[in-house]
Ligand binder design. Structure first.
Ligand code: ATP
Length: 470
């Protein structure tokens, strides 16, 4: 585990992605669209298209399996977005969930005070135009609305700014219904809302987003050990996901960065095209949240050890990842541009003898790729299309599939490369004679012949044994 306490200068980004390229590919191929685009768009909100929702679901599924299926002592929950307003008083959000805000009097730009250089803040000088900045003001980031017909203070309700509180208020329910014993965890994936002052960098920071959070309840005194254990596990998770590990690093929160509830906190940061940014937080939240809920609700939040009758309020180790931010990370991480000789791969450029062309390829791990396998008949005629349709039908139960019969085969491969489809199956004249098909690999562009009857098993093996080659 690379454990840098990172005040190191930002390394130079070596990937091929830029935010412009990612945003445009995402729109072109139906991963992510701007919300309400025909009305000029809605700031901080995005819509996930056919490939995007598939990718998002698969990342979520990958995380969910890791947390619940592979951990006997972690169970799932799906709590409501709307919670009793007292929850947010107890959690400290009503009082403390604020961003420091400054405006430029001249160019009217708005900044988070903690996101601009300290010298600008001290001199009250706009980092963009040099104009005068206002004093720093506190701005609560919770979205507030009213429940019921009457808009008055008594009816205020909040859109949850994090999923964690839904877990804390259910912790006793889950102990009782599922006979959980400490240490144990509760995992949840769901929407969260924050009235972010500055939303930029595509889906990196949005007002509506999704989180994948796991809260692990431990005995006081064992929290430091569990905290280290969860740091290791979360690092191993990203290794398993197959992302570039030299694009990940730890950042430990200094005393002035620690949230009001935290004893210790690390972020896993990713090297995005715009620099190192937080991807996930691993926090030791102490017994702060349960103690506060006990005080505010009047309910006993103590855990009772059955063997010893010992009572205590557990400490909580939290792993909190952004699902939508993970999706952006995966898009950037997978993005590649590669020069290919024009006669390779079926002459994708369509004019053989022309200069090399560049293919855009998303090197997703096959376990999360939106389409796992595309079936392509070499020609529409002579029964090849029908045979390809049959093969797609056979693969459908086990894999997400696509079918494409339009245009030159090389161009079809490129379309699948750009969608991140790891495997293409091509049906040609030989297929009719000997029941074999061509299996073409996205990353290497290699092609092998496989018996039709063994295709599904071969794909399963390729997914299991997948190693990224570049
Ligand atoms: P920041 O300081 O960048 O505002 P944070 O430290 O408040 O973020 P947490 O409250 O720890 O973030 O949230 C946990 C995770 O949720 C983050 O690591 C991030 O992946 C995700 N997340 C938080 N805010 C947003 C947002 N506005 N848009 C998208 N993802 C977010």
């Amino acid at each position: 585990m690379s454990d840098t306490n990172t005040n190191s200068p930002a390394e130079k980004y070596t990937g091929k992605a830029t935010m412009e390229k990612i945003t445009s590919l995402a729109k072109r191929r139906g991963f992510v669209f701007q919300s309400s685009e025909i009305y000029g768009g809605q700031n901080g909100a995005w819509d996930y298209g056919p490939l995007g929702i598939e990718l998002k679901n698969r990342i979520a599924r990958f995380w969910w399996k890791e947390m619940t299926q592979l951990h006997d002592e972690i169970v799932g929950l799906d709590a409501a977005i709307l919670m009793h307003p007292r929850v947010w008083e107890a959690s400290g959000h009503v009082e403390n969930f604020t961003d420091p805000l400054v405006d430029c009097k001249k160019c009217k730009a708005r900044f988070r005070a903690d996101h601009i250089p300290p010298e600008n803040l001290a001199a009250k000088k706009c980092p963009e135009c040099g104009g005068e900045l206002t004093d720093t003001r506190k701005f609560n980031m919770m979205f507030q609305t009213h429940i019921g017909a009457v808009e008055e203070k008594a009816n205020i309700i909040y859109l949850r700014p994090e999923t964690a509180q839904g877990i804390y208020v259910n912790y006793k329910n889950i102990i009782q219904s599922n006979r959980m014993k400490i240490p144990f965890g509760i995992a949840q994936i769901g929407k969260a809302f924050r009235n972010e002052i500055v939303t930029k960098n595509f889906i990196f920071r949005t007002c509506e987003f999704e989180q994948m959070e796991m809260q692990y309840f431990v005995k006081p005194g064992s929290d430091t050990e569990w905290f280290e254990e969860w740091r290791k596990r979360r690092w191993a998770y990203y290794e398993k996901l197959g992302v570039k590990m030299d694009h990940l690093r730890w950042h430990r929160h200094g005393k002035d960065e620690l949230a009001h509830y935290a004893r210790d906190a690390y972020d896993i940061e990713y090297l995005f095209p715009m620099g190192w940014q937080e991807l996930e937080g691993v926090h030791n939240r102490s017994n702060y949240d349960l103690t506060r809920h006990s005080q505010f609700s009047g309910k006993d939040m103590q855990y009772i050890e059955q063997e010893t009758n010992e009572r205590y309020i557990p400490f909580i180790i939290e792993t909190s990842a952004g699902l939508t931010r993970n999706l952006l990370m995966i898009l950037c991480d997978a993005y590649d541009e590669e020069k290919v000789a024009s006669d390779k791969d079926g002459g994708a450029s369509g004019n053989s003898g022309a200069a090399d062309d560049v293919r855009t390829v998303l090197r997703f791990h096959p376990s999360i790729a939106p389409i796992t396998v595309a079936v392509l008949p070499l020609m529409k005629k002579d029964g090849l299309a029908e045979m390809a349709q049959d093969i797609r039908q056979e693969l459908k139960e086990d894999f997400t599939t696509d079918y494409d019969q339009a245009g030159a085969i090389g161009r079809r491969y490129r379309r699948q490369d750009e969608a991140g489809t790891p495997f293409c199956v091509t049906v040609d004249y030989e297929s009719k004679d000997n029941h074999t098909v061509t299996l073409r690999f996205r990353d290497s562009m290699e092609q092998v012949r496989v018996n039709r009857a063994e295709l599904a098993e071969r794909l399963r093996r390729e997914i299991r044994e997948y190693k990224r080659i570049n």
